[in-house]
Design a protein around this ligand. Sequence first.
Ligand code: DX5
Ligand code: ZN
Length: 218
Amino acid sequence: AKPVIIAPSILSADFARLGEEVAAVDQAGADWIHLDVMDGHFVPNITFGPPVIKAVRGASQKIFDCHLMIEPCDSYLEAFAEAGCDYITVHAEATKHLDRSLQAIRNLGKKAGVSLNPSTPEDVIAYVLDRLDLVLLMTVNPGFGGQAFIPSVVEKVRRVKAMIGDRDIHIEIDGGVTPETAPLVVEAGANVLVAGSAVFKGGTPEHYRANIAAIRAA
Ligand code: DX5
Ligand code: ZN
């Protein structure tokens, strides 16, 4: 099995000190930095876009894992690539031409991901498996941090794992990840865990270190 990667979502960080917060979770043991981009259209919340990502890019050398919750997405891919994202993940529900969106991301020289809402069947990725570097399975309805983990997605993780076979594709989980829920999805085949509130709770770098360690230990 692949080593487990922990990707703190800066959605739960102090936005007034975003650069420092990115550096703090980097030094606290984060493997990747997860960036939740929301447009107030695909999801009922608005966060930040390429200029903010570009501004914090210098705060960490870790992989920038960009989760686009925006519709449309194709017209913005280049801007996110130029802002310094390494992985760019689009929602299957937010693009009419998933194959085209994934090709566009790879053509920009970036790793391509697809995300599925909790209610979206995994079949939508069946014909794009060879264009994927990552599958992001939402374990909450996207839009907000701090929501409860939806347990029915654990079965979906198992199915996606089987579909992927021996391809080199990450399975990432996002939403409600805690030391209690992390083992359920890792056992099912997930290897990248996004965590927002579970990492940033407490609000100090010492808390971040302990919170990341607790998820890893679980
Ligand atoms: C939800 C975002 C998640 C969220 C996770 O729309 O994509 O990344 O911030 O937050 P927690 O870990 O608090 O559920
Ligand atoms: Zn996310």
